[in-house]
Design a protein around this ligand. Structure first.
Ligand code: GAR
Length: 225
């Protein structure tokens, strides 16, 4: 794919940045339909900023402390996105609520990854809540961002089993490994125009469905010996 045909993507982070790193890794391939042209963090101490810098990706800190209120903070982020000529925005562990006005400006071009099978477990502590609820299948979701938190048309989901004896940490690691596969896959669909947001839902074209009996069954069906 020619460089100019690749969509310009800016990633918004607040911390570790492992999902951002998975997008950067995917976009190293020149055939990937998007390039990561910038990373914006609302926190100066976000570890992801160092990772981005090691890949020579421009970074910018836009701290809420420097602005009077959410609207002004989001306006500064919008300005930074415009300067970076962003075409697509990926939220990757960006832990601040966005104002409806900002979301409106990027609707259909802004996606988020959430560590649960939405619409279950919106918000924080998703793995602890999945364990407390006793669901046997958990996972992650990439969706278009709409003004409601962790809402919006679903682009892709990955499911993992909850194993007997799982802790928040073991379950979280299993989900995170899937997040790192799901986010690049979802960005590819959006950048190639194979998914778009229309009429409040995700509309797909030229997407190959997985067929066959691929269900995750948990607990497993094997008999105990
Ligand atoms: C990820 O698990 C992501 O799904 C979650 O924060 C973590 C960030 O990790 N996002 C949300 O909970 C958004 N509602 P990372 O910084 O290593 O990508």
């Amino acid at each position: 794919m020619t460089k100019s045909a690749r969509k310009r993507v800016v990633v918004l982070i607040s911390g570790r940045g492992s999902n951002m790193a998975s997008l950067i890794a995917a976009a190293i391939d020149p055939a990937f339909p998007a390039e990561i042209v910038g990373v914006i963090s609302n926190r100066a101490d976000a570890r992801g900023l160092e990772i981005a810098a090691t890949h020579s990706i421009p970074t910018k800190v836009v701290s809420a402390r420097d602005y009077d209120g959410r609207a002004a903070h989001d306006a500064a982020i919008h300005e930074a996105l415009t300067q970076m000529k962003a075409e697509i925005v990926c939220l990757a562990g960006y832990m601040r609520l966005l104002t409806p006005d900002f979301v409106q400006k990027w609707m259909g071009r802004m996606i988020n990854i959430h560590p649960a099978l939405l619409p279950n477990f919106r918000g924080l502590d998703t793995h602890a809540r999945a364990l407390a609820t006793g669901v046997r299948v958990h996972g992650c979701t990439v969706h278009f961002v709409t003004p409601e938190m962790d809402d919006g048309p679903i682009i892709a989901q990955a499911a993992v089993p909850v194993l007997i004896g799982d802790s928040e940490e073991t379950l979280g690691q299993r989900v995170l490994r899937m997040e790192h596969r799901l986010y690049p896959l979802s960005l590819r669909l959006l950048a190639e125009g194979r998914v778009r947001m229309s009429g409040g839902v995700a509309v797909f074209s030229n997407v190959a469905d997985e067929t066959g009996e691929t269900a995750i069954v948990s607990p497993g069906e094997r008999r105990r010996r």
